[in-house]
Each structure stands twice: as C-alpha cells, then as structure tokens.
Design a protein around this ligand. Structure first.
Ligand SMILES: C[S@@+](CC[C@H](N)C(=O)[O-])C[C@H]1O[C@@H](n2cnc3c(N)ncnc32)[C@H](O)[C@@H]1O
Length: 380
C-alpha cells in the first residue's frame, strides 16, 4: 500500500497513533472483504424468501431491501461495526492534529507568506455556508468541513488529509490525488483541444484534486474553491510546500465571483453528492456561466444506483443511511444529463462518462476500490 507522502503540513504520528490508524484500516478492510459479502449471501439465501412469503413479492428496490435487512442480526452487526470504524477513523487522526496544531499553523503561515510557487489564498469571512454542510457533520467529520477553532486555523484540513488516507485505505495514492489525477488525465486524453488556460476545481478541500491539474497543465492558471477557511489555508500551504502554485479562494460553487466565460475547464471530484437538489442545479448553472464557449464541465461522483442491482445499491447506500451522506442517496439516482441540460448545456454535448481511476496494483483484486467513477461531462 502506498505510504502517504509526508509533505510539510501532514501531521506526524506517534507509534501508538500510527498503529491505531493501521488497526482502523484493517478493520475496514475486514468489514468490506469478509463481512459485507456474508450480508449479501444471507440476503440471497434466506432474507429475500422470507420477505416474499410475507409480502407476496421480492423486495423491488433498495428501500424494500433495507426493510428486509434491518432485522438481520448479521446486518446489524456489520452496520454497527462499520459505523464504529468511521468514528474510530476520525478519533485515530484527531489526537495527532490537536498535538501538532500550533506547529502546523506556524508552518502554514510561513509557507503562505513565502509564496515561493506563486499561488494565492483569498478568504471571505462573511461567506454563508450552505445549510447542507451545517445541518449535520457529513461522514461524521467532527465540526464538518467549515469548522474554525482559532485564528489562522488549519485543523479541518490537517484532519481531513490524514483521516481520509485511513478511510481510503491508501487507494487514493500517496498524495491522495487519484480522483483529481483521473479527471485531469481524462481531460488531457479524451477532451482537450488546445492547452487549457484557466481551470477551476470546485469543492477542492485540501487541494488534492487541484494540484494534479497544475502538474498536468503547468502553464495553466489553476483555481481551487471551497467554503471551509481552515481547509483552504491548509490547501494553499500544502500546494506551495509540494511545489505548485494554485489559487485558492473561499467561495460557494453555487455562485462564485469569477467572470462569466473565463474558464476552459470547471471540474469537481466528489462534490455534487454532498450538496442538495437545488445545489446541483445551481452548481451546474454556475459551471455553464463560467465556461468559455467550447469549455468543459466535469463533475465526478460515486457510481449511480441505476447502474446496479437493488441489492448492490442497498449495500452501496450504507453511507447515505448511516453516516450523514444523506443527499448521496438522492444524487446517485438523479438524471444527471437532464440536470446538465436544465443548466443550459446542449443534450448532444452532455453525457455521463465512466472515468478510470488509477488503481494501485495491490488493490486491483480487492473488493472496495471503485475503479470507474461516473462523471458528468458537458461541453458549452
Ligand atoms: C468530498 S470533498 C471533495 C474532495 C476533493 N475534491 C478531493 O479530491 O480531495 C467535498 C468538498 O466540497 C466542499 N463543498 C461542498 N459544497 C460546496 C459548495 N457549495 N461550494 C464550495 N465547496 C463546497 C466541501 O466543503 C468539501 O471540502
């Protein structure tokens, strides 16, 4: 498994913290590869027929499968363990962040002041955070994406960077950038005409999805936006420390301050499924406004339920039911091409394409990593 790249901002770990995180990764691997398949087998072997006897028909969709599975003690055990593993994941990273926060804040201020790679950071303290991010802590992340605990805080970024490495069990690569890298690769190989001059990464979090655009198109002006100030301070310093000048700003992707028709690419990795119906509509419309004629919108999210059996969709919806990824269940059933058309894109120039994720060799036969990510691609 790829060890996470130890850039200047990444928290270090004590021996105990490291082993706690390894335990969480092993637990999550065990649940995904050993326990989840038993839940599926139990459904097929016993639960489906019991439901049929009672209701006169098989469960028809994921909601009916959920009804049938809720009383299964095996599924309850799986679900409780999975939720505990999610809580442990944040807990296992939070101690290192609290211990190292003063040092990391100093380091981020120093990197931001040096600006040796020319990236910028623009915060907007009065920005209203959308309610879909404040109503609950998405994936149980303590404080959510927008938390800010002290002056010059970077805690939300530091926590995300380490905890999501544990969450993904390393399959997003050493720099946690395989979502962004896959989008940028796809654009370069399948969509690019001339070299893009301006690229926008919406919902950039710690910039792991913004930096690959700069790596692949070094002459382009790359922007990353997010609503979380502590994420953005971290993202800016992280990119500078890794040698990339990216312009980060605190903005709501639903309505940004960028000029109309000023970008060649507007992209996001795993943003849309954490918003809302109205959010999707507004972000697609804003993407359309921001693109130059001929520019491309690319929004990548987890697989759509319509492409799955009801059982697979039920299992894949675990996070929507149990760890506050509430809107993901809706987004993964939406007509995304229809949404792009509503936002102003022409139907023939809009599609959902499967973008290959760079899957590290050690994960290629392993059940959890999704190797193809549906991406709404629409050309203006
Ligand atoms: C799952 S994370 C994205 C991960 C990131 N793209 C990567 O590859 O590491 C979703 C991000 O979208 C941000 N976000 C959600 N709604 C937003 C909005 N309306 N405007 C800007 N950012 C938003 C969240 O704050 C969060 O940082």
């Amino acid at each position: 498994m790829a060890e996470q790249y130890q850039h200047d901002l990444l928290v270090t770990r004590t021996h105990d913290e490291q082993h706690r995180q390894q335990f969480v990764m092993s637990l999550r691997q065990h649940l995904a590869s050993q326990i989840a398949p038993h839940c599926a087998a139990m459904y097929t072997d016993a639960i489906k027929s019991a439901y049929m006897e009672k209701n006169g028909h098989e469960p028809r969709d994921r909601a009916e499968i959920r009804q049938a599975m809720r009383d299964s003690s095996l599924y309850q055990l799986f679900s409780a363990m999975q939720r505990t593993s999610q809580e442990l994941m944040w807990d296992s990273a939070i101690d290192s962040v609290e211990r190292e926060l003063p040092r990391l804040i100093d380091k981020s201020k120093q990197l931001a002041a040096q600006r040796s790679c020319g990236g910028t950071l623009t915060l907007a303290p009065d920005l209203e955070i959308p309610r879909y991010l404040t109503a609950y802590d998405i994936h149980l992340q303590p404080g959510g994406y927008h938390a800010e605990y002290c002056d010059d805080d970077i805690a939300a970024g530091a926590l995300w960077d380490r905890a999501i490495y544990v969450y993904s069990m390393g399959y997003l690569g050493a720099e946690m950038d395989y979502w962004g890298q896959s989008l940028a690769n796809y654009y370069r190989d399948q969509l690019a005409g001339a070299e893009p001059q301006r690229i926008l990464d919406m919902g950039c979090t710690v910039g792991a999805s913004s930096v690959p655009w700069k790596k692949i198109f070094p002459d382009a002006e790359v922007h990353g936006i997010d609503v979380g100030p502590a994420l953005l301070r971290y993202a800016h310093a992280r990119a500078e420390s890794m040698g990339y000048g990216v312009n980060f700003s605190q903005q709501n992707a639903e309505h940004t301050s960028f000029e109309a028709a000023s970008f060649d690419v507007v992209a996001s990795g795993l943003l849309m499924h954490e918003t809302s119906r109205r959010g999707v509509n507004r972000i697609f419309s804003e993407s359309h406004r921001l693109l130059k004629p001929g520019g491309v919108m690319m929004h990548m999210d987890p697989p759509q339920f319509i492409d799955m059996s009801p059982l697979k969709a039920f299992l894949a919806a675990w996070e929507a039911y149990n760890v506050n990824e509430t809107f993901a269940g809706v987004y993964r059933e939406m007509d995304l091409v229809g949404e792009a058309v509503k936002a102003g894109f022409a139907a023939p120039a809009s599609r959902v394409a499967m973008v290959d994720l760079v899957v590290p060799p050690e994960f290629q036969n392993y059940a959890t990593p999704i190797s193809q990510w549906p991406t709404v691609i629409a050309e203006k």
